[in-house]
Design a protein around this ligand. Sequence first.
Ligand code: PLP
Length: 395
Amino acid sequence: MPTSLSARLSAELAGLRESGLLIHPRVLDAANRARTRVDGREVVNLASNNYLGFADHPVLKAKAAAYLEEWGAGAGAVRTIAGTLRIHEDFEEQLAEFKHTGSALVLQSGFTTNQGVLGTLLKEGDLVVSDELNHASIIDGLRLTKATKKVYRHADPDDLERLLRENDTDGLKLVVTDGVFSMDGDVAPLDRLVEVARRYGAVTYVDDAHGSGVLGEAGRGTVHHFGMAEAEDVLQVGTLSKAWGVVGGYAAGHADLKQLMLNRARPYLFSTAQPPAVVGALSAALELVQSDPSFMERLWDNTRFFKSELARLGFDTMGSETPITPVIFGEAEAAFEASRRLFAEGIFAVGLGFPTVPRGKARIRNIVTAEHTRDDLEQALAAYARVGRALGTIS
Ligand SMILES: *Cc1c(COP(=O)(O)O)cnc(C)c1O
């Protein structure tokens, strides 16, 4: 007898429940801000990706409203048929200028951008060498290609070199890395990776979802941070959903990249263009970060303060160098319990276990934003100290 739908669903859910990995997302009862209301409770929010506090910023909302009014609620078609509005083209130019790249193109999300670019660029006979901790959307994007796939040890240029040496090809060689790793908060050693890649004629592909709006002058990103923005052998992709506060993904780099993508990338050809309000908010976000340096300053002041205070309390933050601040609890159940206790103290910080992070490395991932006040962070630190002592994570 074939498996019934209800048998499949209940067996899968039971498996998750037994391993303590069943997720019940909390619900925000107000906008995503540094202080908000979650499941009916006022909390300090350490769980968002809203690095610059742009998700509910009045300047973004005003331009979103203006574009909504003038250009409509929806784009009305996929980009290649009748969905390319003047504002899409203008925003892509604005983004290429901001990134100092020959071209830039915008897709619906960071997730689809990895599918679109990797799926378009790579063919049979090509070689792709990918960091072992790269994001799930890269892994899924690579599944769409017939290229030979190899995985190098996390952030290890020597292991990368070994794989490039052992797997030579006349096809395109692509080295793929996150700019900032989303779970550990470390920065890819891009200078050394690109140096190795160049020696083997490989192109470097950086997914800068967590570096864009965070690293580099005015948040231009990890590639800019390493002074490589104008290099034609370095491609940047990323998201407009994290620091930029809205939704979308981008690919930026070589002048011909956009042209090829808009002819071949399946999410571009077969999925509707971004709605005007999104384009308006994003355009305002790029203007705002360049006209007002205080967003980046507050983000980094808060990051330094929160990390050094957690270390002083004795927590393991894995040496993270960015606003992503993991606090390690070990087993998933311990991280989930810590998250529940923090929540009871008015701190919203989410526990992450396998498969989001490796087994035994369950953690709470905190993200500090430009919007947090010193009071918010002190309240969070006091709660962390009490919860950490109660659970025996710190003494
Ligand atoms: C979040 C993230 C994505 C997905 O971006 P969305 O715009 O949310 O789809 C892709 N890559 C990395 C490294 C990410 O952290």
